[in-house]
Ligand binder design. Structure first.
Ligand code: HEC
Length: 141
């Protein structure tokens, strides 16, 4: 009988301990996620942007990584490639109304909203500004 209690007790300790551990793992994952993009952009943007900008993730990065990167990261199907200033400059020179119309409604190989159905107009614009910035264009919006 005593034996069983000891087992039960140690089990509940272990469980409590685990729960505590889980929490701190979650916390450290959250901390890691918060820091990871900084590490990434530090590498990419070291020369392009001042340090205070790379310490916080720019708006549009999340949408870009999830929805736009597949095509625009590699220039698939004629998509203006992130990092290619000339390709993005041509688009930027068209002016925002046309850029936004094509991005929101789709144009040739560009799917409407880049398949991000839940994205707002602002989300899409932020992602575009981010892609342009990464290509050396300081897009005014
Ligand atoms: C399936 C591939 C694909 C995905 C995903 C995609 N794009 Fe595109 N995008 C293209 C292609 C291809 C073009 C070039 C179309 C053309 O001009 O022929 C393009 C063009 C554009 C242009 C230029 C439009 C113009 O004015 O000429 C913008 C801005 C753009 N995409 C934004 C985005 C954003 C923002 C996302 C993510 C939310 C995204 N795209 C996701 C393929 C893609």
């Amino acid at each position: 009988m005593l034996c069983r209690w000891i087992v039960l007790l140690s089990c509940s300790f272990l469980y409590a301990y685990h729960q505590k551990e889980d929490l701190s793992i979650e916390a450290s994952i959250a901390r890691f996620q918060a820091q990871a993009p900084v590490v990434l952009s530090d590498g990419n943007l070291a020369q392009k942007s001042p340090p205070e900008q790379s310490s916080k993730e720019a708006p549009g990065v999340t949408v870009y990584k999830k929805y736009c990167h597949t095509c625009h990261g590699n220039g698939i199907a004629g998509a203006p490639k992130v990092g290619n200033q000339l390709q993005w400059q041509e688009r930027y020179d068209q002016g925002w109304p046309l850029i936004m119309q094509r991005a929101l409604q789709g144009y040739k190989g560009m799917p409407a909203k880049g398949h991000c159905v839940k994205c707002t107009e602002q989300d899409i614009k932020d992602a575009i500004v981010y892609m342009m910035k990464e290509s050396g264009i300081n897009a005014q919006h």
